[in-house]
Design a protein around this ligand. Structure first.
Ligand code: UDP
Length: 272
């Protein structure tokens, strides 16, 4: 997208839920290759640039939806953009509706076998006419991967949901995208199959409305602190970025020296 906003070392697309659906419709109708839809959130700023292949695939993604509240804040603070959240865990349902409208099959890849199977059943029940062309749990071994790719291609599915958690699912896409012959949309959905199947509960409406879903998930599963400590560091970096712009010292060698980007040297294929 040409109006893609750069937030530190990653990006976000200034889309609404409606414009994101329009773009997905275009991918299905006119696309000739897989189109990646990934969630953009503060954690990505640290995981994505650490791997050159992942960084390239992420930068080349066709849609980076504003999934995290931190990204919304950063886009507003740095660019004055007024974005609203388009959570990946909800956008999957928009894509299911689209699949029915466009008569496209979906493939579910990720989570444990029981969760994967239940998700397929629940989605098929919830969206009459939805064609679940195939499914596979997320614990396929490397040696079995060519078989899975063949299964996805032969299923004829046009939409593939990959729920391996982040950044594992984006890495999977980076490695296998060229082998996907029929799929036109690949959405990285993290742990969404777990919430569809009821293994993990989403935050109640109050927390979601107040953009506090991250806090709810942290309170429910304190092990997430390892991941969520990225948020204050991200915010601090955004504040520094803004200060550099206001002071006009973005390219100062002194600033570059003391505020190095993440994992310097690992990014060999920097996109854009
Ligand atoms: N998972 C998987 N294969 C793996 C590792 C994880 O299918 O090798 C699944 C796991 O069962 C869970 C999801 O990936 O359903 C990760 O969920 P989490 O909430 O941690 O992901 P996030 O949304 O935070 O990226």
């Amino acid at each position: 997208m040409k109006d893609r906003l750069k937030i530190l070392d990653v990006w976000v697309d200034p889309v609404t839920r409606e414009t994101a659906i329009e773009r997905a419709t275009n991918f299905l109708r006119h696309g000739q290759r897989p189109h990646a839809i990934f969630a953009s959130n503060p954690e990505k700023n640290f995981s994505v640039p650490a791997d050159a292949e992942l960084y390239r695939a992420y930068g080349e993604a066709d849609l980076l939806i504003p999934d995290g509240v931190g990204m919304i804040w950063a886009a507003g603070f740095l660019y004055g953009a007024k974005l609203k959240r388009v959570p990946g865990s909800e956008f999957i349902f928009d894509l299911c509706r689209l699949a029915v409208q466009q008569d496209c099959g979906i493939f579910l890849y990720g989570a444990d076998e029981e969760v994967n199977r239940r998700s397929a059943e629940i989605l098929a029940e919830r969206y009459p006419g939805l064609k679940v062309s195939g499914r596979a749990n997320g614990y396929v071994k490397d040696v079995e991967m060519p078989g899975l790719i063949q299964q996805i291609n032969e299923s004829g599915a046009r939409i593939l949901f990959v729920g391996l958690g982040s950044p594992k699912q984006e890495k999977w896409y980076a490695t296998h995208r060229d082998a996907l012959t029929h799929v036109r949309i690949v959405q990285g959905i993290g742990g969404t199959f777990d919430t569809i199947a009821g293994k993990v509960n989403r935050a109640p409406e109050f927390w979601r409305q107040h953009n506090l879903e991250w806090l709810y998930r942290l309170l429910k599963d304190p092990r997430r602190i390892r991941r969520q400590k990225a948020i204050p560091i991200f915010m601090l970096k955004v504040l520094v970025e803004k200060a550099k712009r206001v002071l006009g010292i973005e390219n100062s060698s002194l600033v570059r020296r003391f505020l190095r980007p993440n994992s310097p040297g690992k990014r060999t294929n920097r996109p854009l």
